[in-house]
Design a protein around this ligand. Structure first.
Ligand SMILES: C[S@@+](CC[C@H](N)C(=O)[O-])C[C@H]1O[C@@H](n2cnc3c(N)ncnc32)[C@H](O)[C@@H]1O
Length: 289
């Protein structure tokens, strides 16, 4: 379980330090999500990227829709600092500083508190940023009220742990595979259950909700020593990180040997790659009640 409090503290700081590796892992998720966003995004108006992290979805949307103002919102200040720096670098590269300054913005805070202050949004997006809400009906209700009636919501999230072989391989290597309870729990697999997610969205005032399944490449290690690189990733990010950090040195060495053995058969073309099994959800904001 990873909650909002974890993101505004230790987990957010770790993701900010490791953002190049998380970007590499999420590159193919971005490909399918960004296509779904572009298919629904209006040409003008204002959009919010919920749980924007280092701003990849925010920046991709701003590049795809020059008429849209895009605001990234995230609990973790260190991630937002990286996002702001990346936005400045993009603007310098594109030689359009002033224009990007106006069109992209990043705010630190809880989406449920920040989005109502923005109001009248024409689009809300999120790449894997919505499954950590403590109370998802409360947060999605705030998001629906901040959107114009009919405005699209487009987000990605993981399907089950079992379908995500990177997670099940880690669970098997560590001898710990938590069983789903059927109830919502904040964390990477919080929205794995399609029916549960649909119920949450409907209860929060979203309409016409539909999910598409995608299986995409999830690269966890590359470079001169892809296994060492993947181990460095899993030591800091994802479900093995807490278990490895809590273990005594001897025990940790055994755990890492087991993880390395699970990674070895996954090397292809110089990279350790698994499959990310994801949902891409699209819904529309209902009329305010
Ligand atoms: C798995 S990361 C994804 C980050 C980014 N969207 C990406 O794809 O790289 C989840 C993000 O959601 C943010 N987050 C979690 N709960 C949030 C909340 N209630 N309001 C705003 N951001 C939140 C976290 O701080 C974190 O940056």
């Amino acid at each position: 379980m990873t909650s909002g409090a974890d993101w505004s503290g230790r987990v957010g700081a770790t993701w900010a330090a490791e953002w190049h590796r998380t970007e590499r892992a999420f590159a193919d998720i971005a490909r399918v999500l960004d296509a779904a966003i572009t298919a629904t995004a209006p040409v003008a108006g204002r959009a919010a990227d919920v749980g924007c992290g280092v701003g990849s979805t925010t920046l991709a949307l701003a590049a795809a829709r020059p008429g849209l103002r895009v605001i990234g919102v995230d609990l973790a200040a260190p991630l937002v600092a990286v996002a702001r720096e990346r936005a400045r670098a993009c603007a310098r590269e594109a030689d359009d500083d002033a224009d990007r300054e106006r069109r992209v913005d990043f705010l630190v805070g809880d989406a449920a508190a920040v989005l109502p202050t923005l109001g009248g949004l024409d689009l809300i997006v999120s790449r894997h940023g919505v499954m950590f809400f403590d109370d998802p009906v409360v947060s999605f209700t705030a998001m629906a009220r901040a959107a114009r009636p009919g405005a699209p919501l487009v987000f990605s999230c993981f399907r089950t742990r079992e379908e995500n072989d990177w997670a099940s391989a880690l669970g098997a290597a560590l001898g710990a595979t938590p069983r789903p309870t059927g109830a919502y729990a904040p964390g990477p697999f919080g929205f794995a259950d399609r029916a549960l997610t649909r119920d949450i969205l409907a209860a929060a005032g979203w309409r016409d909700e539909g999910a598409t399944r995608h299986d995409v490449r999830y690269v966890v290690g590359s470079g001169d020593d892809p296994i060492a690189d993947a181990l460095a990733f899993f030591r800091r990010i994802g479900p093995a990180a807490a278990a490895l950090a809590a273990a005594e040195p001897d025990e940790r060495a055994v755990m890492e040997r087991r993880i390395a053995a699970a990674l070895a058969p996954r090397i292809r073309d110089g990279a350790v790659a698994f499959t990310a099994a994801i949902w891409v959800w699209v819904a529309r904001a209902g009329e305010p009640s």
